[in-house]
Ligand binder design. Structure first.
Ligand code: AHR
Length: 312
């Protein structure tokens, strides 16, 4: 009983007294909404008082929110940084107040001593996995790929592009013929895909869509169908996130492959934070989450069902 009580005291009391500010990007995608849900659930589970701020996709709002958290004297700050640059000044302010900052799901270009750790996937690897899937799928066939990029200047947009390009390098039959940002949203993914199809001028020559996230892929699928073409067969669809809707599209034969990104970044982030605050245990600078490839051969409806408990 004493052991159980002390264990409870050791984890429970410290967690209960924690106040953590979370500057979230917004709600641009299904994945983002799930990450918000999971973060709130994880905080509640641990008795953490989470102060949530939605930045509506604007870095200036994130900087304002972080300054607000510093002024409130929170114990720590989580931030999902919308873009990769421009964080040094505000992170220095947090550091001066000895408030640890943890980056969630996106990397930044700033000295590492300005944050405690970053919980993210290897985004270059994600792009590579998507590209390698396409290389294998098309074989020797000529393939013109159109790319829907994520938010300009964000680490996933930069890195997923790089990884995909690395994977197709040396395969001269595969070319990226059009590439534009769809800002990680369904609406823009659809709009940009419509403009790509229009630009083909009826001489449809698109063999595949590479979308930096599933939401843009779902928008593109809609645009392809409205143009009287068949996504998943006439135009292959490969994307990233593994949100439930892409598995529905796979089950309907309208999407082909996705690379999974867990929405649970907060679990490892809070583990690292509690170990740091309770036991002075420095976490590694990068806590890497897994990236798993799913294809239409992976029983998509079963995966769809299994996603329901993950904040989706
Ligand atoms: O930073 C992660 C990316 O941001 C997700 O892949 C995308 O859906 C989101 O909006």
């Amino acid at each position: 009983l004493t052991v159980a009580f002390s264990a409870c005291l050791a984890s429970g009391v410290s967690a209960q007294s924690l106040t953590v500010g979370f500057s979230q990007i917004g709600s641009e995608s299904g994945w983002r909404a799930a990450e918000t849900t999971v973060t709130k659930q994880e905080a509640e589970k641990r008795g953490i008082d989470l102060k949530f701020a939605d930045a509506q996709q604007k870095q200036e709002n994130q900087i304002k929110a972080i300054r607000g958290f510093i002024a409130q004297g929170v114990d720590a700050i989580l931030v999902a940084p919308v873009v990769a640059t421009g964080w040094e000044a505000v992170l220095k302010e947090a550091k001066e107040e000895e408030i640890p900052v943890i980056l969630l799901d996106r990397q930044i270009e700033a000295p590492e001593d300005l944050y405690l750790t970053a919980v993210t996937s290897d985004q270059v690897h994600e792009g590579k996995v998507a590209g390698e899937w396409l290389v294998k799928d098309v074989g020797d066939k000529e393939c013109n790929v159109v790319e829907l990029q994520g938010t300009t200047g964000s680490s996933p947009a930069i890195n997923r592009k790089k990884g995909f390009e690395e994977a197709i390098a040396g395969h001269d039959n595969i070319k990226i013929t059009r590439s534009q940002t769809g800002d990680f949203t369904r609406t823009k993914g659809k709009e940009v895909m419509e403009s790509f199809i229009k630009a083909e001028g009826g001489e449809q020559d698109i063999c595949a869509v590479y979308a930096h996230n599933d939401d843009m892929a779902v928008g593109a699928i809609q645009a392809i169908k409205e143009a009287g073409l068949k996504p998943g067969s006439e135009i292959k669809i490969v994307s990233i996130d593994a949100v439930p809707d892409i598995f529905k599209a796979m089950a309907d034969g309208e999407a082909n492959a996705t690379v999974e990104l867990t929405p649970n970044m907060a679990g490892p982030a809070f583990d690292a934070l509690e170990a740091y605050l309770n036991d002075k245990k420095e976490p590694p600078k990068w806590i890497q989450t897994e990236s798993k490839l799913y294809t239409a051969a992976d029983d998509p409806m079963k995966v769809y069902e299994s996603k329901k408990d993950l904040g989706y």
